[in-house]
Design a protein. Structure first.
Length: 311
């Protein structure tokens, strides 16, 4: 790094103080500069908060909460007393080990296909012909993506008894129809319905949108339900789970976007800043450590462009 660049960095870090020091060095000799700069850069590196880049805070400025699902192994075991014996400490470590997850969980969130907007009741908001085609295509895509979890026989030709894949569908008509079409494209797997996954208003979005303004009571009631859905389905694996599992959740756009924000520990109010196509796929991986990775959000590359819709 050249002398001029070094002085610039220090001026940025220390403003007036840095400028005064730079002027002093400028008047000094080359020897003084070479002796002073390395030590000051060491101080600069230790004191600088690198959570800020270009003077912009990253996200909300909140550090990752590793115990976001309250399943951090140490938090599931009764704390040791201050005067614990060596035997008690050893037993405590064994309990932590026994409560430590070993497997990944894959959460696949699928948005329902295009539906009839003219319906006033949920039963009238059934899938359009295009929506049915979208659901069929998504089912085929899931069958390819997760084929190894759908196999009936293992490498030795034995029947696979412990299938770590299941599907849960929202009880709203358009999501149930979508899920049933998807299931027709897959080998028989465990499936169930859940009211928590129904569409709703998660929380007041920021920025707001004038064309969509539910009542405060809607946010209060539906937001609590959607948060409950997140807490039910998003968590690290049970300690007894030995291999990767796949949970397919067929639900709705608002639910998916809210869960994406919550899973990544972003501001939940940002959920309306993103969009997911009808029949699209969003994939999350929850690791034993509690780290969450978003592999895909609203993936619809398996559709022809003519089949891309938001409703």
């Amino acid at each position: 790094m050249s002398y001029s660049r070094a002085v610039l960095r220090l001026c940025q870090a220390g403003a007036g103080c840095g400028l005064a020091t730079a002027l002093t060095l400028h008047m000094g000799g080359e020897r003084e500069r070479k002796q002073w700069l390395p030590s000051q850069f060491a101080v600069f590196a230790k004191s600088t908060d690198f959570s800020e880049v270009n003077n912009l805070s990253m996200g909300m400025g909140i550090k990752w909460d590793s115990n976001w699902d309250h399943r951090e192994p140490a938090s599931t075991v009764k704390p040791l007393k201050e005067n614990a014996t060596d035997e008690e400490k050893a037993a405590h470590e064994e309990k932590i080990t026994a409560n430590t997850p070993k497997a990944n969980r894959i959460i696949v969130m699928v948005r329902h296909g295009q539906y009839n907007l003219d319906g006033t009741q949920d039963t009238d908001r059934f899938l359009t012909d295009l929506g049915k085609k979208q659901a069929e295509g998504t089912g085929q895509r899931l069958a390819l993506l997760y084929s190894k979890y759908l196999q009936k026989l293992d490498e030795d030709g034995n029947e696979v008894k412990n299938k770590n894949i299941k599907l849960v569908k929202s009880t709203m008509t358009r999501a149930t129809e979508t899920a049933n079409i998807i299931l027709s494209q897959l080998p028989a797997i465990e499936n169930s319905s859940c009211d928590l996954l129904r569409e709703g208003a998660p929380c007041v979005p920021d920025p707001p949108i004038e064309s969509w303004s539910p009542e405060p009571a809607d946010f209060y009631q539906e937001g609590a339900r959607i948060e409950a859905a997140f807490r039910k389905y998003f968590h690290r694996a049970e300690p007894t789970q030995e291999s990767t599992s796949v949970d397919i959740l067929v639900c709705h756009g608002n639910v998916i976007r809210y869960c994406a924000c919550r899973a990544l520990q972003c501001d939940p109010r940002a959920w309306l800043r993103m969009a997911v196509h009808n029949g699209s796929i969003s994939v999350f991986i929850i690791k034993p450590s509690g780290r969450v990775s978003l592999l895909e959000l609203g993936g619809a590359g398996h559709f022809h462009p003519d089949m891309l819709t938001f409703n």
